[in-house]
Design a protein around this ligand. Structure first.
Ligand SMILES: [Fe+2]
Length: 349
């Protein structure tokens, strides 16, 4: 199984991508609206087919990227039926099984943080995604969204602590950078619910946390009840001057074929050393030449009346140049594959 843990530093949310290596079928769990381009790029680069976008619960601290992913890839949205959220194709309840190729996730109801919280367990009991029920050395809070410390105690004790000791625990959040734990570890060392704790100890602890109101609650909850669909129903636009694909590495790229057809609409910047321009690959006619090692000192010389497409030999140095120009606020994309690819495709100019 392919398993990736992704992080959103703004909300400290973990997103999980699980895929079957043979069939390439994949599930994405707890994706974040603002990280949509990153998640999509990884799915494309790993050549996966997303067969479901799941949320462990209706989040209060970030907006889900589920609707964006469904809009882009057509995959069904899965969420606990308890919330009655819009755009949900697979309303989930305890006992449901969500297959992806030769693998699956089993749904366990673990309410308490919210009334609809779910955990997802692999059938071999080696991995559980616990959402905000059980965290690494912590638990979710229970003071809003019809939370209940009593219910959370029973959810963790009955549904999660019954899993094997070596079952890996992957939570929806961690604020200290801790990535995972195991059921055995949490059963022993969790400061809220580990060891010989009794229900009243746990409830007393949670009822006295006195945590501040979640900053995004008033925005995130209504948005998540629409599965993350923006209020105006519009997909946020990537830069619209070209069909740009942002790679998982974060580089905006544009295809050589598109550039060849739209040469007059863009400004081409070649960042190879001047001596390379005379070489076998030649250069695209009309391209401005500023070698990469001079670029930072000559940012003001880069023409800005049109969007810039940056080129080098194979697209690597130009990727760095693209980042430099992007950080300087310019409309810019990297020419995928560089001059080598350009010539391979027999493009002229
Ligand atoms: Fe939560």
């Amino acid at each position: 199984m392919i398993f990736r843990q992704l992080f959103d530093p703004t909300s400290s949310t973990y997103t999980y991508l699980l895929a079957d290596a043979r069939t390439r079928r994949a599930l994405l769990v707890d994706c974040v609206f603002e990280r949509h381009a990153r998640d999509l790029a990884l799915i494309h680069e790993l050549e996966l087919e997303l067969v479901g976008v799941l949320d462990t619960h209706c989040h209060a601290d970030h907006v889900t990227g589920a609707w964006l992913m469904k809009t882009e890839l057509g995959c069904p949205i899965a969420l606990a039926s308890a919330y009655g959220a819009r755009h949900v194709d697979l309303p989930l309840a305890h006992g449901a099984v969500i297959p992806f190729g030769d693998h699956a996730l089993e749904v366990r109801a673990t309410p308490g943080h919210t009334e609809g919280c779910l955990s997802f367990v692999t059938p071999d009991r080696r991995l559980v995604l616990t959402g905000d029920a059980l965290l690494v050395r912590g638990t979710g809070r229970t003071d809003f969204q019809r939370g209940s410390a009593h219910r959370l105690f029973r959810s963790i004790r009955d549904e999660l602590f019954g899993l094997p000791d070596d079952c890996a625990v992957y939570p929806a959040h961690d604020y200290e950078g801790r990535t995972s734990s195991t059921i055995g570890e949490e059963r022993r060392y969790n400061p809220r619910i580990g060891g010989a704790v009794r229900e009243e100890d746990f409830v007393g602890y949670l009822e006295n946390l006195a945590l501040p109101h979640p900053k995004l609650l008033d925005i995130a909850l209504p948005a998540n009840l629409r599965s993350g669909e923006p209020a105006d129903g519009r997909v946020p636009q990537e830069p619209d001057w070209a069909p740009i694909v942002t790679t998982y590495a974060g580089i905006p790229e544009v295809s050589p074929e598109w550039v060849a057809l739209h040469q007059s609409d863009v400004h081409i910047l070649d960042v190879r050393a001047r001596s390379e321009l005379e070489g076998q690959l030649g250069a695209i006619s009309g391209a401005q030449s500023i070698p990469l090692d001079e670029l930072r000192a000559h940012l003001a010389d880069v023409r800005s009346d049109k969007p810039t497409v940056v080129v080098c030999q194979t697209g690597k140095r130009s990727a760095l140049a693209t980042t430099i120009l992007k950080n300087a606020g310019m409309r810019v994309a990297n020419l995928a594959g560089g001059m080598a690819r350009w010539r391979e495709l027999g493009l002229g100019g």
